[in-house]
Ligand binder design. Structure first.
Ligand code: ARG
Length: 449
């Protein structure tokens, strides 16, 4: 039977083993590819400082390439008795390369090994979620083009407030997602330093070339101070989860609006039948379960942020096994966000407006504020115009037909803002594309001898 890395012959207590390993073998399936790439960088560096010979490095790279192929096909095995992906990988390398495999752990610890794997995972996750957000923005854009001209009442306190439009409402979410994209880009800069080389959290007395591994893995620089590096386990994960929570907040708001506007009471939009579910008892029902679950999944993403705060706060400096639990909330939320954004895009691309209902919801009283401003335009002080308009509203003298044209300047102004949003989007897309290019470019050369 394969042995744990640190096994010195003491008898194994199954209950303790099960408790400490938990679901790491399963979770680590998502980290293994990053551990493999970081191991390739580490091996190249060890060869550069003459700890590995050229032929040892070559055999390690061949085995690592094999491991990557297996992991990308979801068939790299992480045996339960080996605890985690790091031990499984070392075991795999020793089996294939003998002494070269027994040398790979020189100058590192599982503590920095897992840090670098999680960091690479995070970098990739941010970039992938950014591209999903980009697709959602494109969906919103095409809906604005398509149905943005339709009028829609604006509500505050869920009470009819002022005239608005479907376009203004959709554009609001474009702006929200653009902020999230810009945040994602900044987050990439923040997380992109190299923890590899901190070892257990105090460095090692070897001339490790951390600039070299940083370059190989496209990190901007080595992260500084081994203690801080170890203390940062969970810290960048938390920033990522906060960003995920912000994505979740946007989703919640849109979902809530859609649920309300799809209800019989508003009836502004219809969801296609395939995006609704029926009731087992009430034959007439078509329920917006998909959108409700979007809202609830968003809450679960926030809960994961809270879980991570609880697990990683109030710890002293350095590594503690508690930090193992920084992994699950990160992986779980990333999986949630991966499903949430595309589902949101699908919903947004499928809603169909009820033009008649939207038109008839534009009641006269929505235009009261416009009337007040019309009076202001005639020179009346605003407070007086406000009182006068309130009286007119009570006697039913405000008429939409007289005031409708006033929306034109507001319409023109959000449309001009939408143009600015389009240009921000173009430049963010360009930046993210160059990030993606830079990150994807590392893989092939890393495994090349
Ligand atoms: N699975 C462990 C984790 O995620 C790997 C690091 C183990 N390190 C240790 N000192 N026990 O934290």
């Amino acid at each position: 039977m394969a042995k744990r890395l640190w096994d010195k012959g003491a008898t194994l207590n199954e209950q303790v083993h099960a408790f400490t390993v938990g679901n790491d073998p399963e979770l680590d399936q998502e980290l293994i590819r990053w551990d493999i790439l970081a191991s390739a960088a580490h091996a190249k560096m060890l060869a550069k400082i003459n700890i590995l010979s050229k032929s040892e490095l070559d055999s390690l790279l061949t085995a690592l390439a094999e491991a990557l192929t297996l992991s990308d096909a979801n068939s790299f095995e992480i045996p339960y008795e080996l605890e985690d992906c790091h031990s499984a990988l070392e075991h795999f390398l020793v089996e294939r390369t003998g002494d070269a495999g027994r040398k790979i752990h020189t100058g590192r610890s599982r503590n920095d090994q897992v840090l670098v794997a999680q960091r690479l995972f995070i970098r990739d996750a941010i970039l992938t979620q950014c591209s999903r957000i980009g697709e959602c923005i494109e969906t919103l854009h095409s809906r604005v083009k398509d149905i943005g001209h339709l009028p829609m009442p604006g509500y505050t306190h869920m009470q009819p407030a002022m005239p608005s439009s479907v376009g203004m409402w959709l554009h609001a979410f474009i702006e929200h997602f653009l902020i999230l994209l810009a945040d994602g880009k900044r987050l990439l800069d923040t997380v992109n330093t190299n923890p590899l080389g901190a070892a257990s959290g105090f460095g090692v007395p070897l001339p490790l070339d951390r600039n070299f591994t940083s370059e190989l893995l496209a990190f901007s620089a080595p992260q500084r101070n081994p203690i801080d590096i170890q203390n940062s386990r969970g810290r960048y994960e938390l920033r990522t989860l906060r960003w995920f929570s912000d994505i979740a907040s946007a989703t919640e708001k849109i979902s809530w609006d859609l649920i309300a506007y799809n209800s019989k009471e508003y009836a502004f939009f219809n969801l296609p039948e395939e995006l609704t579910t029926g009731s087992s008892i009430m034959p007439q029902k078509r329920n917006p379960d998909v959108v409700e679950l979007l809202r609830a999944r968003a809450s679960r993403v926030r809960a994961a942020e809270f879980e991570l705060v609880m697990v990683t706060s109030k710890l002293p400096s350095n590594y503690h096994r508690d930090l193992q639990y920084s992994k699950e909330p990160l992986l779980r939320s990333n999986a949630q966000i991966s499903e949430i954004i595309p589902m949101l895009s699908l919903v947004l691309s499928s809603i169909s407006p009820n033009e008649d209902t939207l038109q008839s919801a534009m009641s006269d009283d929505l235009y009261a504020t416009y009337e007040a401003y019309r009076l202001v335009g005639e020179g009346m002080p605003f407070r007086e115009a406000y009182i006068k308009t309130a009286e007119k509203t009570a006697t039913g003298e405000i008429r939409k037909a007289d005031l409708e044209k006033e929306f034109e300047s507001i319409d023109a102004s959000w449309r001009a803002e939408l143009k600015l949003a389009e240009s921000d989007f173009t430049s963010l897309k360009k930046d993210l594309k160059s990030w993606a290019k830079r990150l994807h470019a590392i893989e092939e050369p890393l495994l090349r001898a």
